[in-house]
Design a protein. Structure first.
Length: 525
């Protein structure tokens, strides 16, 4: 078997002068990034890094992120990305949990590291700075000047390539051990399912600290150019980048698509080169899909993924599926699409028995991309991995055509009056109202029904509505137990750095804050 490190060399050989990455006004050709990652890999080996050593990075989005990752690939080191927005207790946990031994630090993200430098060094971590003005003893560019090539250790399919920490929507983030084989399989199969070609210009703006860094490495499988944000994603800059860099395919989460549509309508942007928007991470409502189709006039592709499957990507609602949904089968727009050929999917009951089509149950997956395990968490691993299958904790069903419908996370399912209520179904209805820009639905303890459905809504600018009006809007579309019992308006929804809504935080806030919902007259402790 060959691995990602071989793909780097093949791209450098086959496309030496073609840009591999573009970041703002900077770019790096395949031969350039191959050479610099060689030099950094050699420098790491001189610093004592061996196969299996964790080499972390704390950085804004930059080309150096991929020089770092490619260097790890070449010498069998384990890559960990640290979010620049972490507070110190979080940063300390991830450094200790991952057993980091070398940390590369972007000067733009160095403040927290500088403040706790002594404690970090006491952990046995060597600090390397890059960018003008850092104060670390080791300098990235200086290390690269020795211009040596690294020694490549022998790799096995199950060897760890990187740790990616889960987004933490249901609890404390867990370190997911992802393998050499998993990353390679994911890249090659996803390219086929996405329909990405060597001449595409692929824009991947999501933070590289977590699993989507794999999407930024799709270019290893076909040599295409990947554009990344300069520092962080800004909507107006994205639209300017489409025009400047002639981007053909872009990844955007649904919340970002909404912002892109609003900015596009308010400005003057040429997006004629853009042929496809890929979305995922959270569901898109049928209303948003129709708006994107009508206003941006690009094809849409939805994909379902999860960290424990190296992203995957698992299922695909293709552009043709979207058109079918818009024209003849509207319920298809609520689907996550058909399963990719590199996955098996089974819907199981609580006892692990397979269910027939159109039966609701837990989504189980099997693929060569599955994680090795959770880092230091054998009990959680045993609960999640069963006989080669991954239990996703997602509730859904497969219809007779093979389309996957995701109803909700098990932990977010609401039991009201003994009836299961899936928050995403309620959210899809509320999102159809002109007032609603974003919505999150959770279950809040109720003295009569056990849990009651409560919606937290961000209203569109210049729109007003009352809780009663939105509840009435749901009357003909949802049963009495599914309809929200109350609606709370907020300026913004709390989100993880990966743009996922923090429903656990919302539920705790609604459940414990006196007066937010009418029946909550005491504060729980």
């Amino acid at each position: 078997m060959f691995y990602c490190r071989e793909l780097i060399k093949r791209c450098a050989r086959n496309y030496p002068h073609k840009p591999a990455y573009v970041c703002g006004t900077q770019s790096a050709t395949w031969s350039h990034i191959d050479q610099r990652s060689d030099y950094f890999a050699s420098a790491l080996q001189r610093l004592g890094v061996t196969q299996g050593t964790t080499v972390s990075i704390c950085s804004m989005e930059a080309i150096e992120v991929y020089e770092h990752f490619f260097a790890c690939m070449k010498i069998g080191a384990i890559r960990v990305g640290l979010n620049v927005h972490y507070v110190w207790p979080e940063m300390r946990h991830f450094l200790q949990d991952s057993a980091t031994r070398v940390l590369l630090v972007d000067v733009r993200a160095s403040k927290l590291i500088e403040e706790h430098r002594a404690e970090i060094e006491a952990m046995g971590i060597q600090l390397i700075g890059y960018g003008n003005g850092h104060h670390f003893a080791l300098d990235y560019e200086t290390l690269l000047r020795e211009n040596n090539e690294p020694q490549w250790p022998e790799l096995n399919p199950g060897d760890p390539l990187f740790y990616s920490y889960t987004s933490g929507t249901t609890g404390m983030p867990k370190g997911v051990i992802l393998t050499q084989q998993g990353a390679t399989d994911c890249i090659l199969h996803s390219l086929i399912s996405f329909g990405l070609a060597p001449d595409d210009i692929w824009y991947q703006p999501a933070p590289s600290t977590w699993i989507v860094i794999v999407m930024s490495c799709f270019n290893l499988g076909n040599g295409m150019t990947t554009v990344i944000p300069d520092g962080s994603l800004q909507v107006a800059e994205f639209l300017r980048s489409v025009e400047r860099d002639r981007i053909t395919v872009a990844l955007l989460v649904p919340a970002m698509i909404q912002r892109v549509i609003a900015e596009y309508q308010s400005g003057s942007y040429d997006i004629a080169s853009l042929r496809l928007i890929v979305y995922g991470s959270s569901p898109a409502t049928p209303t948003l899909i129709r708006q994107a189709d009508a206003i941006l006039k690009v094809d849409l592709l939805q994909t379902y993924a999860m960290t424990e499957a190296t992203g995957g990507w698992v299922s695909f609602l293709t552009p043709a599926d979207h058109q079918r949904g818009l024209r003849e089968k509207p319920e298809l727009l609520k689907s996550a699409g058909r399963i990719g050929i590199h996955f098996e999917c089974s819907i199981r009951d609580d006892d692990g028995h397979a269910l027939p089509p159109n039966s609701r149950g837990e989504v189980w997956l099997r693929s060569g991309t599955l994680m090795q395990c959770y880092l230091h968490l054998p009990d959680e691993t045993a609960q999640t991995l069963r006989d080669g299958w991954l239990r996703t904790n997602d509730i859904g069903y497969l219809d007779e055509e093979g389309y996957l419908y995701l109803l909700d996370r098990q932990k977010f399912m609401i039991i009201s009056g003994g009836v299961n209520v899936f928050p995403t179904a309620v959210e899809a209805v509320l999102a159809e109202h002109d007032c609603v820009q974003e919505v999150a639905v959770v279950g809040v303890p109720h003295p009569e029904w056990g849990e009651a459905v409560v919606a937290v809504v961000v209203a569109r600018p210049a729109f007003t509505a009352t809780s009663t009006e939105l509840i009435e809007f749901c009357r003909e579309k949802l049963s009495s137990l599914e309809r929200p019992k109350y609606i709370v308006f907020v300026e913004a929804l709390p989100k993880t750095p990966n743009a996922k809504v923090k429903k656990t935080e919302i539920k705790k806030w609604l459940s414990t804050t006196q007066g937010l919902v009418p029946w909550n007259i005491t504060v729980e402790t």
